[in-house]
Write a protein that binds this ligand. Structure first.
Ligand code: ARG
Length: 458
C-alpha cells in the first residue's frame, strides 16, 4: 500500500505509477533527503514533539540507510514514487513504528523544496571549483602571451592589433562574472523551507531555525506558500549555467575559426581533436564544436523551467516535479564541459607567427596613422579622411601602410616624418594603448596580476 493509501479504495493504475514516479531521477538527492530528515527528526525530539528515543532510532535508521545506498545495496521502487517516500518506506520497514513518526509536521512539499535547495547548493560549490580552475587556466595561458600580437576584430573584420593575452583576459572577465553570479544565486538558494508544511505551515512547535543551522542554511523562508512554491533559485541557476555555456560557446566558436586552415592561429592537441572516417587529412575540433552544441540544451532547459512555472497557481503543484530533469541535465552538461575545455585550451599550440602576420594585414594600424596626424596638430576628422585615402591607395598598389616610402607618406600629408614607421609598428600600436583595460603589455600584466589576486581570494 502507498504511504498515503488510507483514503483510497483501490491502487493506482500501473501506468500511473510509472507516470507519477520521479524516483528514476530524484534518487540523486538521497544524501540531501536523508540529511534533511535527520535534522528534522532531531528537532522533533528536542522539541518533545516525538519521544527522544524515537528520534534517536530514526536518526540511526537513516544513517544505516545512507550507508547502504552509498554501498549500492538498495534498490528503489517505482511504486514508492519518489526518493522521499522510498526512504521513509525503507525506514519504516527497518525500525517499525518509530519510523512512522518521522513525517510529523512535514509535507513532501516542503521536503522536496529543502532537498532541491541542498542539492543545488552542493552542485553550485562544485561548479564554482570548476570555474576557478577555468579562471586559473586562462590567466596562466594569458601570462605566456602578453607579447603575442594578433588581430582584434569587429564584425569579424580585422580592426586593430591586440595580443592573445588581452583576448584571453576578456574571457577571464566573463568567467569571473559567472563566478560572481553563481555566488549571488547561492544566497537565494541558501534559505531553509522546512516548516512550510504542505502550504500553510504547521501547528507543531517546530524549531525551524535549529533545523536551518543544523543543515548549514543562513536563514529560513518567511512565507509558507512561497516556501513550497518557489523555484526561482532553480531558474536563476539555469540562467547562470546558460550564461556560462554562452561564454564557453563563444570561446569555442573562436577556437574553431582559429584552427581552420584559413586562420591557422592555433592547433588543437591530437588528444583534443578527432579525425574523419573518410577524409584521411582531417583533424576536426570536435571538442570545441560539441561544447558549442551543448549550449543549446542548457538554454532549452532554462526556457523549459520558465515555461513550467509560468502559469502555476500557489502553492505546490505536481508540475513542479518537472524542475528536476532540466536542472540536473544543465548541471551535468556544464560539469562535463568546463574541465574538458580547460584541458583543451591548455594543450593547444599557439601559432604566434600566423597571428602576427594576421595582425599586419587588413590595415589594423590605420587608426594609429590617424592618431599620428592628430598628434601633429590635425583635427581627427581630417586625419581620418587622409588615412582613408591612404588605405585606398595602398589597396590599389598592393601594399601595407608601413610599406609606404617616406615620399609617399609626405605626398599624403606634409606633416609625416620618419618617426611614422615606429609610430605604426604593431608593437607600438599595442603597447601605446596603456589606458585602463587596454592591450598594452604593461596594462595586461597588471590585469593578470590582479586576476591572480582575485583567484587567490576565491
Ligand atoms: N516528487 C515530488 C516532486 O518532485 C515531491 C513532492 C510531491 N508532493 C505532492 N504533494 N505530490 O515535486
Amino acid at each position: 500500500m502507498k504511504l498515503w493509501g488510507g483514503r483510497f479504495q483501490k491502487g493506482t493504475a500501473k501506468n500511473v505509477d510509472d507516470f507519477n514516479s520521479s524516483i528514476r531521477f530524484d534518487q540523486r538527492m538521497y544524501k540531501q533527503d536523508i540529511k534533511g530528515s535527520i535534522a528534522h527528526a532531531t528537532m522533533l525530539g528536542r522539541q518533545n514533539i516525538i519521544p527522544k528515543e524515537d528520534a534517536e532510532k530514526i536518526v540511526a535508521g537513516l544513517n544505516g540507510i545512507l550507508a547502504d545506498i552509498d554501498a549500492g545495496k538498495i534498490e528503489f521502487e517505482i511504486d514508492a514514487e519518489d526518493i522521499h517516500m522510498n526512504i521513509e518506506k525503507i525506514l519504516i520497514e527497518r525500525i517499525g513504528d518509530s519510523g512512522k513518526k518521522l513525517h510529523t509536521g512535514r509535507s513532501r512539499n516542503d521536503q522536496v523544496a529543502l532537498d532541491i535547495r541542498m542539492y543545488l547548493m552542493d552542485e553550485i560549490k562544485e561548479i564554482e571549483g570548476m570555474l576557478k580552475r577555468t579562471l586559473d587556466t586562462i590567466v596562466n595561458l594569458a601570462a605566456l602571451h602578453t607579447e603575442t600580437i594578433m588581430p582584434g576584430y569587429t564584425h569579424l573584420q580585422k580592426a586593430q592589433p591586440i595580443t592573445l593575452a588581452h583576448h584571453l583576459m576578456a574571457y577571464f572577465e566573463m568567467f569571473k562574472r559567472d563566478y560572481d553570479r553563481l555566488s549571488d544565486c547561492k544566497k537565494r538558494t541558501n534559505v531553509m523551507p522546512l516548516g512550510s508544511g504542505a502550504l500553510a505551515g504547521t501547528t507543531y512547535p517546530l524549531d525551524r531555525e535549529f533545523v536551518a543551522s543544523e543543515l548549514g542554511f543562513d536563514s529560513v523562508t518567511l512565507n509558507s506558500l512561497d516556501g513550497v512554491s518557489d523555484r526561482d533559485f532553480v531558474i536563476e541557476l539555469a540562467s547562470c549555467l546558460s550564461i556560462i555555456m554562452m561564454h564557453l560557446s563563444r570561446f569555442c566558436e573562436e577556437l574553431i575559426l582559429w584552427s581552420s586552415h584559413e586562420f591557422s592561429f592555433v592547433e588543437m592537441d591530437d588528444a583534443y581533436s578527432t579525425g574523419s572516417s573518410i577524409m584521411p587529412q582531417k583533424k576536426n575540433p570536435d571538442v570545441a564544436e560539441l561544447i558549442r552544441g551543448k549550449t543549446g540544451r542548457v538554454y532549452g532547459h532554462l526556457m523549459g523551467l520558465l515555461t513550467t512555472m509560468k502559469g502555476l497557481p500557489l502553492a505546490y503543484n505536481k508540475d513542479m516535479q518537472e524542475d528536476k530533469e532540466p536542472i540536473f541535465d544543465a548541471i551535468d552538461t556544464v560539469k562535463l564541459c568546463l574541465p574538458v575545455f580547460c584541458d583543451m585550451i591548455s594543450t593547444m599550440t599557439v601559432k604566434k607567427q600566423a597571428m602576427l602576420q594576421g595582425a599586419k594585414g587588413g590595415f589594423t594600424n590605420a587608426t594609429d596613422v590617424a592618431d599620428y596626424l592628430v598628434k601633429k596638430g590635425l583635427p581627427f576628422r581630417e586625419a581620418h579622411e587622409i588615412v582613408g585615402k591612404m588605405v585606398f591607395y595602398a589597396l590599389e598598389n598592393n601594399k601595407t601602410l608601413d610599406e609606404f616610402t617616406i615620399e609617399e607618406f609626405k605626398s599624403c600629408s606634409p606633416v609625416f616624418e620618419t618617426d611614422i614607421y615606429s609610430a605604426i609598428s604593431m608593437a607600438t600600436c599595442v603597447n601605446d594603448r596603456k589606458v585602463i583595460g587596454g592591450p598594452a603589455k604593461e596594462t595586461v600584466e597588471k590585469a593578470i596580476a590582479s586576476a591572480k589576486e582575485y583567484i587567490k581570494r576565491l
